[in-house]
Write a protein that binds this ligand. Sequence first.
Ligand SMILES: [Zn+2]
Length: 428
Amino acid sequence: MAVSAMWQPELESLDRAPLERLVVERMRATLARVLAEPAWARRLPGVRPEDIAWVEDWRTLPFLTKEELRDAYPYGLACARPAGYRRIQMSSGTTGNPILNPYTASDVAQWAEVMARCYVTAGVGPTDVIQITPSFGLFTGGFGFHYGAERLGAMVIPMGAGRTGLQLRLMRDLKATVVTAIATYPLRLIEAAREERFDLGSLSLRVGILGSEMWSDELRARIERELDIRTFDIIGMTESGGPGLGIDCAARAGVHVWEDHYYPEIVDPATGAVVPDGTEGELVISTLTREGLPLIRYRTHDLTRVVSRGRCDCGRTSLRLDRLRGRVDDMVIYKGINFYPRQIETTLLRHAGVSHEYQVVIDTDGGGERMTIHVETDPGCDPAVGARIRRELHDALALSPEVRLCAHGAIERAQGKAVRVVDRRPRQ
Ligand SMILES: [Zn+2]
């Protein structure tokens, strides 16, 4: 494969030795910045920026947890006085305070820069028409894609979330070539097109940039086939400054992380020890250029592994992570067996006529636990597929769920991210 275009080739293809020197320099600057704040100085007693001589020295610093960021609401661990902020973005969980990320002017510019890199990595350029379907608001998706597109000089259709019928119409009439979305949103587009007899062949789409939730390789293949596009997996979270932490490239050999902006580590979720490259563990992210809310060794709960630190076929040298395989807290324990929803999705989507709409319901029945997988199937799908799925799940995971096939539309659609597991067991 030919070396592809880059937004900032001098940084994206920097050799590892100078790259690591730059990382160390920025680690020290980040430490100096946070240590000027009393709340951080209390968290990091005795730490001095000059003690970081090598990237590995970073491992001596304590982790930063989601709970600490929640407890710090609103500005407890932020590092510019409120007058220095230009914007907040926010993520809300199901419990406790939301996590706020305040952005300085420099943070907004940094966001645009990493997003422009992501677009170019996906083969998107100034002549493209980009339809942005994540919401514009406190959620980081909409604005991140917008800033990157402006930096790139491309045309934007700032749709935001919902109104799927209108999305399709504008996509066709304005000849959108790129769609950016939460990973399962293209499924809504495909479904709406089917219901409204809208011809997906009338679209000019060629690239999808998708992220923000787990999507299996099987789901990816379906989206690419039905929309006739090439998809790219973008990662990032509110805490790190939104999407733009990294993206996979045309070589599809892992997700490049912009190492001059972010320092990734993979740790054993139980012990916190850094694991060898290639071993799956929890992603820990430090920011190297963020001002408003710098992160030092933030535990993301996302599961992945380092694929390579070598130069990629695309010419970039930044480290590559495996596509995110789910979250530590997505793990379901059922009758003593641990599994992740993606393992079920992978099994389901191998069968013809089985839809990507499924839900795993776990409840109790007469004192015992019971698992039911509801999955939508196409009209005319072989009814014996349920028994085959059950047998495969038993062979692969030792699970024996009841598999219930249902018609299209039977499973309730989520407004945002898909709900794959409904656990109705009483809390212990
Ligand atoms: Zn690459």
